[in-house]
Design a protein around this ligand. Structure first.
Ligand SMILES: Cc1cc2nc3c(=O)[nH]c(=O)nc-3n(C[C@H](O)[C@H](O)[C@H](O)COP(=O)(O)OP(=O)(O)OC[C@H]3O[C@@H](n4cnc5c(N)ncnc54)[C@H](O)[C@@H]3O)c2cc1C
Length: 499
């Protein structure tokens, strides 16, 4: 047993991440970009074969581009048009979406998980499987973790990325208020014994009245089957049986399609909950551990990856010792409202999917309203997560928003952001980041698409300042990147100014 109060004891890692899902591995990669020692503890001995998420929306695709991962993702995925994602209301997307990636990247979660895990390992994160966290205790200097096998580990910080039933969240006593599951849906992959034309015909007819139903072909006679469950399961962790699928298919579609040989079977509910807080001392939450909602609109994985993208550089700054006082708390201040908004849009979408006459009337009305360009744009940007604006105060319309990828004279903006550093984008080259060169790149470049005199970008691509005057810039540099390094203290490697 270790002495948790021993200040001088060297921790096993700077940051212990619990859970090697997409949130945990994305966070690990972000931390590794800044040389943070990361240990990811994952209870499962093998990656799950279960395919939950089916794709990435624009903001997550942008994130992969910003970190040089886009090629890998594109090689494994398929482009689908945007549109029809809000409550499955079939509307074409508005013209001129504010992104270089105006498409949905269809990619099974198992592939996303594999690519992100591979990336984290490649960058030097240690991912240990078969390690279930059962105890967490923190003191002033660090966090002690107890594993199911009795082993103890210690980190300076701990982030619970351990999914909707988060053990970390429960152990540190963070409340998770919201609504419990009221409807369950069965989901699995299995073979069917009827001809593809029959499946298509029956699915088309049933989906007219039941939107929570579908059989999607995966090849070789195997289908992804989605069907409403009979009720809400008491034991939420227990998988359903094939017989349960057969019974429900008969009830909903009048045939069980001769389903057999399941690859995996699961169920999911519509519980909608948001953690009361995202941080308690040295323990933080991200991804499903902080928020759960029904999968309508395909947003959960995207939201978790984006949490990790927001948190990574802030936690790294804390570890490196240059973080301004409020930086780590800005994670919750920025990301919790975004999650609350996603929860609300899924509540609304679930209602709009109901077959009751009232919600159906609302659905028709919303479909009419979506013919107004601004309404369609607002809802589309919500699902794609490209309309998010953090509250950095009054100012230029770009302030607080993430900057889309734009063409610079030397190439694409995002290709300069792979290292996860801040960036001063300064077309005229009249400004300076002197004192912050170890944290912020000074890029003297611009282009037709840059609609501002100069910009300061945080490592997550959000615009922290717009202007042309040095004093305002220095104030924002201090706010987001801490105190400048004095001239006499600057090391040789610090000067990366004026790239
Ligand atoms: C049917 C369905 C369809 C979905 N479709 C989409 C979609 O199209 N698009 C989208 O964006 N999202 C979708 N989602 C949501 C998405 O799957 C989740 O939001 C996403 O997996 C969350 O990632 P995470 O890393 O936060 O958590 P998880 O993926 O749940 O990972 C948590 C990890 O923590 C591990 N763990 C748990 N407890 C412990 C412990 N005590 N110790 C160590 N490890 C632990 C788990 O084994 C797991 O590997 C869907 C979800 C469902 C159910």
């Amino acid at each position: 047993m270790r002495d948790a109060s021993n200040e001088t004891m060297s921790p096993d890692a700077d940051v212990i991440v619990v859970g090697a899902g997409p949130t945990g591995t994305m966070l690990a990669s972000e931390l590794r970009l800044h040389d943070v020692r990361v240990l990811v503890l994952e209870k499962a001995t093998e990656p799950s074969p279960m395919v939950r998420s089916l794709g990435l929306h624009a903001r997550s695709i942008e994130i992969m581009d910003q970190r040089g991962l886009l090629e890998r993702f594109l090689a494994c995925g398929k482009h689908y048009p945007v549109g029809g994602y809000f409550a499955a209301i079939p509307k074409p997307p508005p013209e001129g979406l504010d992104t270089a990636h105006g498409y949905v990247l269809g990619i099974p979660q198992t592939t996303t998980d594999r690519l992100l895990e591979h990336r984290a390992t490649e960058l030097g994160a240690a991912i240990l499987r078969g390690r279930e966290v059962v105890g967490v205790a923190q003191d002033e200097h660090g966090v002690d973790v107890e594993l199911a096998d009795g082993r103890q580990l210690r980190g300076r910080y701990l982030v619970g990325c351990d999914g909707g039933r988060s053990t970390v969240r429960k152990l540190v006593g963070i409340g998770f208020p919201g609504e419990p599951s009221r409807v369950d849906t069965l989901l699995g992959e299995m073979s069917v014994d009827v001809r593809p034309e029959t499946v298509t015909a029956v699915v088309g007819e049933v989906r007219e009245r039941e939107k929570r139903f579908g059989l999607g072909p995966l090849g070789d006679g195997v289908y992804r089957v989605v069907v409403p469950a009979e009720g809400v399961a008491v034991d939420r962790a227990a998988p359903p049986t094939l017989d349960e699928f057969k019974r429900q298919l008969l009830v909903v579609a009048g045939t069980d399609f001769g389903v057999h040989s399941p690859r995996w079977l699961s169920r999911f509910g519509d519980a909608t909950r948001l953690a009361e807080r995202y941080r308690i001392g040295r323990v933080l939450l991200a991804g499903d551990a902080a928020h759960v909602h029904p999968p309508v609109g395909g947003q959960g994985l995207n939201l978790g990856v984006q949490d990790a993208f927001n948190l990574g550089w802030k936690l790294a700054a804390e570890i490196a010792g240059w973080a301004p006082a409020a930086l780590l708390d800005s994670y919750e201040a920025e990301r919790r409202p975004v999650a609350a908004d996603v929860l609300d849009n899924t509540r609304a979408q679930m209602l709009l999917l109901s077959i009751e006459p009232g919600p159906q009337a609302m659905r028709r009305l919303l479909a009419e309203l979506m013919d107004f360009e601004q309404v369609n744009r607002h809802l589309t940007e919500k699902i794609m997560a490209i309309g998010i604006r953090y509250d950095f105060g009054e100012g230029h319309p770009l302030l607080g928003r993430r900057l889309r990828d734009i063409a610079l004279k030397r190439g694409r903006l995002y290709s300069l952001m792979h290292g996860g550093r801040g960036m001063l984008l300064d077309p005229a080259g009249r400004l300076s980041v002197a004192g912050w060169e170890d944290r912020v790149d000074h890029v003297v470049d611009g282009g037709q698409e840059l609609d501002a005199p100069a910009l300061l970008l945080r490592p997550d691509g959000h615009v922290a300042w717009v202007g042309d005057a040095e004093p305002g810039l220095r104030e924002r540099l201090r706010q987001w990147f801490g105190a400048p390094v004095l001239e006499e203290n600057r090391g040789d490697g610090a000067n990366r100014s004026g790239r």
